[in-house]
Ligand binder design. Structure first.
Ligand code: NAP
Length: 349
């Protein structure tokens, strides 16, 4: 641990000094809300962003806090920093914050695949936190909900193959994309056109099989993130995974159609039972009652919802699942705050 300011772990009076980098963004605002909802013991909350948002106010436990411009010395004396400002900022500031005594939980892609940075979903691999050296990475939103649903199945029946197609909400791209979907929809319903600014094509009334940039192998970086991060989190570098990531005109909530091959055969009812007992999972799977997960069910909650569980008609040990979760909450802010809670529980903060 790189603490240089003499602060010892657990050296807090009552509550922690917490900073949020990217506090004005879609994830940052949700972090403030989730810290409040979960009553995380915060003694002092500092909100950081750029000049664009400096001076704006955000409510926390009834107090109006002012956003300030981020610079490395802002982290001095703080215990915990939640980063959600993109990977280039994270690369340039995270180590500076660690040097000044902070534990950083980073939501960007900057540190996730570094071998000595734990990539953590508390329901799946909390033990990895024991090895942290100042920076902990929050996985990609689509990866988080997939591993929460698949880890219990892997533990019970083994997993050899995953094929996933995602249906990702625009809030996954941030506040500008939420505005783009709103205004494009209004314009199109009025028979007008509006040039896209955030995405290369209109997202209203459309689907884009394109998230992040494309790699040379034909997969998008979002798809490769799901593949590489899942292997790291499940500690299974050989598991076969293919992903297709699609942006859809939904504001909040990512959905995933997941095909898995288990190693041991399972009855569908056994998969349901395993998932019903799994932390963070809601099994919502009753076709007679038309119960299946949808994005509008996850707007205000942190669970990973699983339904449409069924056997493949041709492949032995093949099963299909439909998995939905709120990308801003469990896919980002809640997972980060849960990591903070787990650090506290383990005496690592
Ligand atoms: N949205 C999701 O569902 C989701 C899920 C998982 C991970 N993430 C990751 O979380 C990060 C933020 O995403 P978002 O959706 O919240 O984006 P967003 O709505 O566009 O917000 C970006 C935030 O970063 C701040 N920022 C940008 N450049 C900065 C700089 N140089 N210094 C300090 N602050 C800076 C912005 O401040 P200003 O307001 O001052 O510009 C704003 O607060 C990204 O890395 C994203 O990949 C997002």
């Amino acid at each position: 641990m790189l603490f240089e300011n003499g602060r010892k772990r657990g050296d807090t009076v009552s509550g922690y000094k917490v900073a949020i980098l990217g506090a004005s963004g879609a994830v940052g605002r949700m972090m403030v809300k989730v810290l409040e909802e979960r009553n995380f013991p915060v003694r002092d909350l500092k909100l950081l962003a750029t000049e664009r948002s400096a001076g704006k106010k955000i409510d926390f436990h009834g107090e109006k806090l002012t956003i300030e411009v981020a610079h490395p010395d802002q982290f001095k004396g703080y215990d915990l920093a939640l980063f959600s400002a993109g990977s280039s900022v994270s690369r340039s500031i995270a180590l500076e914050a660690v040097k000044r005594g902070c534990v950083v939980i980073d939501n960007s892609n900057a540190w996730r695949m570094e071998p000595d940075v734990p990539l953590v979903v508390p329901e799946v691999n909390p033990e990895e936190l024991e090895n942290h050296r100042g920076i902990i990475a929050n996985p990609n939103c689509s990866t988080i909900q997939m591993v929460v649903a698949l880890k219990p199945i892997k533990d019970r029946f083994g997993l050899s193959r995953i094929i996933v197609s995602t249906y990702q909400a625009v809030s996954g791209t941030g506040l500008r994309a939420i505005e783009e979907l709103k205004s494009q929809s209004l314009h199109m319903l009025n028979g007008e056109t509006k040039e896209p600014e955030v995405y290369p094509y209109p997202i209203a009334f459309n689907l884009l099989p394109h998230i992040d940039t494309f790699s040379e192998n034909g997969y998008s970086r979002e798809e490769m993130k799901m593949i590489n991060e899942t292997r790291k989190i499940l500690k299974d570098p050989k598991i076969k995974i293919a992903a297709t990531a699609v942006r859809v005109p939904v504001f909040y909530g990512h959905s995933e159609s997941i095909y898995i091959k288990t190693i041991e055969p399972a009855e569908v009812i056994e998969i349901r039972q395993v998932l019903s007992k799994a932390p963070g999972v809601v099994v919502y799977d009753n076709l007679e009652k038309l119960q299946y997960p949808m994005p509008n069910l996850v707007e205000d909650n942190d669970q990973v919802w699983v339904g449409r569980i069924r056997r493949d008609l041709d492949e032995d040990c093949g099963y299909h699942l439909w998995v939905v979760a709120n990308n801003l909450r469990k896919g980002a802010a809640t997972n980060a705050v849960q990591i903070g809670e787990e650090l506290m529980k383990r005496g690592l903060l």
